[in-house]
Design a protein around this ligand. Structure first.
Ligand code: FES
Ligand code: FES
Length: 173
């Protein structure tokens, strides 16, 4: 179809997998993933920020990679695995990153925290014990107005240490 002939309010029926839950939705094709998550699925853990791709607060994971949901269209994400901050905890237990953030005061107003947690989760899935500079680099697109970043970096390091110890203990069984 010629894109110029598409009605601006045209809707599409899409199937999305969010936090391992399948969803069937009828949404306007121009609606962003951020809007669909919050307004259609009630997953308000993903935060609105600039909506220009500059603050990182809307970050979610798509197939394990950080994606700015304010710039992503659900119609292009069928068949992909989307993870929001609501999908981090397992079986009622906080993810080690969430636990470390809570213990070290790395979440203050908390507005940036969901995006930071998911970006850090993607980093730790790729690198078990990243050096501090690598953590800082990975989180460079996630802006925080409160913490000065030091506590965030400390918390990611603590979670990485605990996760790697847990993995080693699991491998030794
Ligand atoms: S709200 Fe998406 S980058 Fe700011
Ligand atoms: S904790 Fe407030 S913006 Fe980061």
């Amino acid at each position: 179809m010629n894109p110029q002939t598409v009605e601006p309010r045209m809707k599409a029926r899409i199937a999305l997998s969010v936090n391992d839950q399948p969803h069937e939705l009828l949404v306007p094709v121009h609606k962003t993933l951020l809007e669909v998550l919050r307004e259609d699925l009630g997953l308000t853990g993903t935060k609105h920020g600039c909506e220009l791709g500059e603050c990182g607060t809307c970050t979610v994971l798509v197939d394990g990679e950080p994606v700015l949901s304010c710039l992503a269209l659900p119609v292009e994400l069928e068949g992909r695995r989307i993870t929001t901050v609501e999908g981090l905890a397992e079986g009622g237990r906080l993810h080690p990153l969430q636990q470390a953030f809570a213990e070290l005061g790395a979440a203050q107003c908390g507005y940036c925290t969901p995006g930071v947690l998911l970006t850090a989760q993607a980093l730790l899935a790729a690198e078990a014990l990243p050096p501090r500079d690598r953590i800082r680099e990975a989180l460079a697109g996630n802006l925080c107005r409160c913490t000065g970043y030091t506590k965030i970096l400390d918390a990611v390091e603590l979670a990485a240490l605990r996760l790697s110890r847990g993995a080693r203990a699991g491998a030794g069984r």
